[in-house]
Each structure stands twice: as C-alpha cells, then as structure tokens.
Design a protein around this ligand. Structure first.
Ligand code: ZN
Length: 283
C-alpha cells in the first residue's frame, strides 16, 4: 500500500438500495426488483475492504437497518465505524425541522440498539443539507452527533452549497464538525470527484490526481461509495435515459477504480482521522 505523504484518507459508504436515489421515479414493481440486494452488495464491499486491510465509515439508512439488522451487526463487528444516513432517504430541505428531528432520532435510537454503540456521525441523503436546511446541523448537535458529512461544497442536482468550506471544519453556528466530500478546485471552479456518479464518470487517473493533490498539502480526501454502484448485475429496468444514466452508467468501472484506490491510498473511518487530528470523537 502506498501512503502518499503518510496521509490517512477517509472512506465512507452510504448503505442503501439502488432505488433510494432521490432522482428516480420508480414503480412499486421496479422497486421490488431492486430490493434486498443491499445485503450482498455491502458484504462484497466489506470483503474487499477487509482483504486490503482498509477501514471506513458506513452510514446506514434507517430502513436498511430495520430490515437487515444482521448486516448492521456485521459492519460493526468487522471493525468499521457506524454512522446514520437518515431513516427513509428523504431530502432534508423537504422535511420540516420537527419531522427531521423525529425521524432522525428514531433512526439513531434503532441503529444504536442494533449496533450496540453510540452513533456520532450523520450523512444526509443526496447532500440535502443546503442553505435552506442549515438548521438541521443544530438538530444533529442536540441529538449528540459529533460530526456531519452532508454538505457538498459545490452545486449538484439535488443539493450542495457552492461556497461552503471544502475541507473538514468546525461549524460555529451549530457546534459540530463538518466533513465534506472532497472536490477539485481551480479558481472558483469546483468539481466533485470523490464518489457516486462522479466516481463512475471520471477517469481513474483524474481521481488519483485529485487525491494526491490534496494529500501533498497534508489534507485527507473524503471518498464516498454506494455498495449498489459495484453491482454489475443490477436488474435492468425501463427507466428512460435519465434513469439509465443515474442507475447504470459506468457501473462496470467502479470495482476496478475502488480496488486501485484501496491499493494506492490509505483509508480510515471518519472518527479515526478526526481523533488523529486532535478533534474529539468519542466512539
Ligand atoms: Zn444516499
């Protein structure tokens, strides 16, 4: 394993089904065709991480934890950090504060019960903590979360805050640590590269260049993966060209890209990197 300048990068995984994408409009039947694959998909990724001696943080969706508690236990027992990815994959800015608080607390309690540990990290679905929903950070602090990883510091289809701080930083208004996904910056130009559709679309060489560029400055890259994006046998649904792009584009490249990342860089869970940086993180 090559450790560029000894920097530990952050690997995160959003544990959800493919149909949870907020930009898809699927029928009930189509959702059923995709349901249940999350278990094998996540186990596959866990095996890959274990065989390469790498670890990370798994942000588990409440719905998934509820239906597959054994999967949550496996993530925890295999030494990965557990975080929360919301309950039903609803966009935070479409929920009122009251609803967000109720649902998130319910999901946190459940995940803590199943995982038998305190959950201190949160990631909103589709980067949906935006300028319209920054109130959510205070709600998370109130609930005992120590860090949030929901603000994409660039504009995306469903979320993002263009001018937000691109590195790990302290949010004074809510007293919480923000761990944004990494972006490539050139002047005022900002391009996400570190996960999801960006990881699928961009060539590996560019992704590697972006991570090295950060690491040379001593900055950890924050990568995010979805287990379903490594599932090349995802059932093919009639979903129109937009849906096809969102669900299937370049899926066949992800396994190889992830294997290369794991070989060329060092990765750790969010909590470990924060602890090393002398930022508190209890679990
Ligand atoms: Zn998600």
């Amino acid at each position: 394993m090559v450790h560029v300048d000894g920097v530990k990068n952050i690997l995160t995984v959003d544990v959800e089904e493919a149909f949870h994408r907020n930009d898809l409009h699927l029928s009930r039947r189509q959702r059923e065709l995709l349901r249940g694959r999350v278990v094998a998909q996540t186990e596959h990724l866990i095996a890959l991480l274990r065989s390469s001696g790498q670890r990370g943080t798994f942000f588990v969706l409440g719905e998934v934890a509820e239906q597959y508690p054994a999967l949550v236990k496996k993530v925890a027992e295999d030494g990965f950090e557990l975080g929360l990815h919301g309950y039903h994959h609803r966009l935070v800015y479409e929920q009122g504060e009251k609803e967000f608080r109720r649902e998130t607390q319910e999901a946190k309690d459940m995940l803590e019960r199943i995982g038998e540990r305190e959950i201190v990290g949160f990631r909103a679905p589709s980067w949906s903590i935006t300028n319209q929903s920054l109130w959510a950070l205070r709600v998370l602090t109130d609930m005992g979360f120590q860090y949030d990883s929901s603000i994409l510091p660039a504009m995306a289809y469903l979320g993002g805050i263009h001018r937000s701080h691109p590195g790990i930083h302290w949010r004074t208004e809510a007293e919480i640590i923000e761990v944004p996904p990494s972006i490539f910056r050139l002047g005022s130009f900002r391009l996400p590269f570190s996960g999801g559709l960006y990881l699928r679309t961009l060539p590996y060489r560019f992704i590697r260049y972006c991570i090295r560029r950060l690491n040379k400055k001593g900055i950890p890259a924050v990568i995010y993966l979805h287990p379903w994006e490594m599932d090349t046998e995802l059932p093919r649904l009639g979903v129109g060209w937009k849906g096809r792009y969102a669900l299937y584009y370049n899926l066949q490249t992800v396994q190889n890209k992830v294997e290369r990342l794991l070989k060329e860089f060092s990765f750790a869970p969010v909590c470990e990197v924060l602890r090393d940086a002398d930022t508190f993180c209890r679990s």
